[in-house]
Design a protein around this ligand. Sequence first.
Ligand code: GCV
Length: 677
Amino acid sequence: MSTVTTPSPAWLPDAALAPLGTGLVHLPDDGPLTDTLRGEVEHATAVHGGRLTDRPETADLLLLTRRTAGAVAARVEAVRYALDADRRPGELVTARPRPGRWVTARRSGVTVVVGDDPAALLHGAFALLRRPLLDGDVVGEAPAHPVRMLDHWDNIGAHPVMGRVERGYAGDSLFFDDDGVRADLSRVERYARLLASTGINAVAINNVNVHAREARLLTDDLPDVARVAEVLRRWGIRTHLSVGFAAPVTLGGLPTADPLDPDVAAWWAATTARVYDAVPDFGGYLVKADSEGQPGPFGYGRDHADGANVLARALAPHGGTVHWRAFVYDHRQDWRDRSTDRARAAHDHFAPLDGRFEPNVVLQVKHGPMDFQVREPVSPVIAAMPRTALAVELQVTQEYTGQQRHVCYLGPAWSQVLRFAFDDAGDSVATRATGGLAAVSNAGTSPFWTGHPLAQANLYAFGRLACEPSVDPDRLLEEWVHLTFPKAAPDVRASVHRLMACSWQVYESYTAPLGVGFMVRPGHHYGPDVDGYEYTPWGTYHFADRDGIGVDRTMATGTGYTGQYPEPWRSRYESLDACPDELLLFFHHVPYGHRLSSGTTVVQHVYDTHFAGVEAVEQMVGEWAALRGRLEEDVHAEVTERLAEQLRSAREWRDQLCTYFWRHSGIPDEHGRRIHP
Ligand code: GCV
């Protein structure tokens, strides 16, 4: 194991701070966020030999808000150049209408960042680290979404198997210990700095499964929540809480939590007012209702608009938001019943409610219809609710993608989701997510924040994509590698990049063929178990028999799920010939001998990808081994250990899946490779 005792600097090592610290820096604003930035600059200049200056005309770097830029413009040509940028065509034109924008310019050796507000200035200053400018450059950036949120599934009480963080693979909770909110929040401060550098501006600190102890964060523990909020606020991040729908009963002692009951509404209003007394910039509530055993409006014969709206009305006077999750399905399904389809559930429940939500409700929709599988189609809910603010939820914590023991850079997967266009008008998922992006965090108290050191790239990429959804995920990886390993030789960085770039596809190749999900061990969800979920109540089946495999979700002969998509996707997914190979078994039940558009058969595809997947991991192991002595020793040792587990696990996946499919189909591998009988 690693010997690191203080957390890794991740993508903000001192060496990466050079663009902020080598010269004379002018930073005239004041206020809490500017003080944070000043602290960064003081640190960077102490390390790199520069210093702060009051004289703008002598500065090499000017960090300004619109408020201060005007006064300086007359004295510094580069500032005029930056302010004039709006009048020039290019990236800035698209950046202009959005709040949180900054402009960065470099002219005659002088660099300028002008933020539209202090948070934008902080983000713009961090952007300098990843995008060094050449003379004459002007760059404008603005976050695409006003809310870029990380959700922590952290508890106060520890689960006997999972620990304190549900689906956490990175040590303990950053926020909580056995007693409640940690006394020492210094790690939270470092974490907030990392998040702010990527543009994250909202964090929900506790699990959406709200247990009895954590429910009290909303009431008894408010002073402690306020301590967390104070730390996060310094970095431009608003604090949110997950709350239980039954709180009026469990905390308030009322006989009901019926959202249409006036006493219930009054309880939420009074409770929420107390939250704002403690945390004036509180972000709002995150709610998982009628889902996997959590209470919700169905218990009172109400629908989810009724449920969300009672909380929304309590938050509205204070400027808060309800993030209401659309992850609602029957988790007590009968596997014998092939007509019920979990994939349909969110659309069935929520699409009819479009237009009924209060303006400060954001419906938080998982990116796929099931549950963060390695490969899923995009959720049709995202196309079905134009009159509702939607946030798309991603999972940075790698529950189904290797649990931070496997290298799995998810940037390409998320980018594919965000760029997906439902129709020819070109409206992408990113543009429909008017409520922003949210994701389940993968960070904890591990020395590398994320358990696997290379899993930091996922945290970085999520923040960056939430700001700039159209950015190439490969470029994000390059940024992360450069920032994280600034002292490494170019060939070393290229090697790390190569190893990670296709790691999602590699992971998919040895785990989840052609859109089949959930072939994992039930409960902890790690490692292969092809039939593990097949006869359970969770609605996650593949229906493999001796003839074939896959879920018939067509309108013609199946569950009708394809009908939830607008054209052209409805027809495309409905048609066996037009359905993309990578999702074939998600939408269709086919014989093992069915020929894919790639030309190979389903069963041969399973064999080929599983053998190729293991070979790819063997290559990764070799490539990483060659970096020994050329990267920080602790990082190298930690990744080496995890790659060994990845290889063991990939071989297990290959052997179990190949054997399973051979036994079921009786069709041998065309290439005669060894498959265990
Ligand atoms: C927080 C999946 C996970 C659960 C998680 C749930 C959710 O089912 O396995 O641990 O619960 O998703 O997103 O609410």
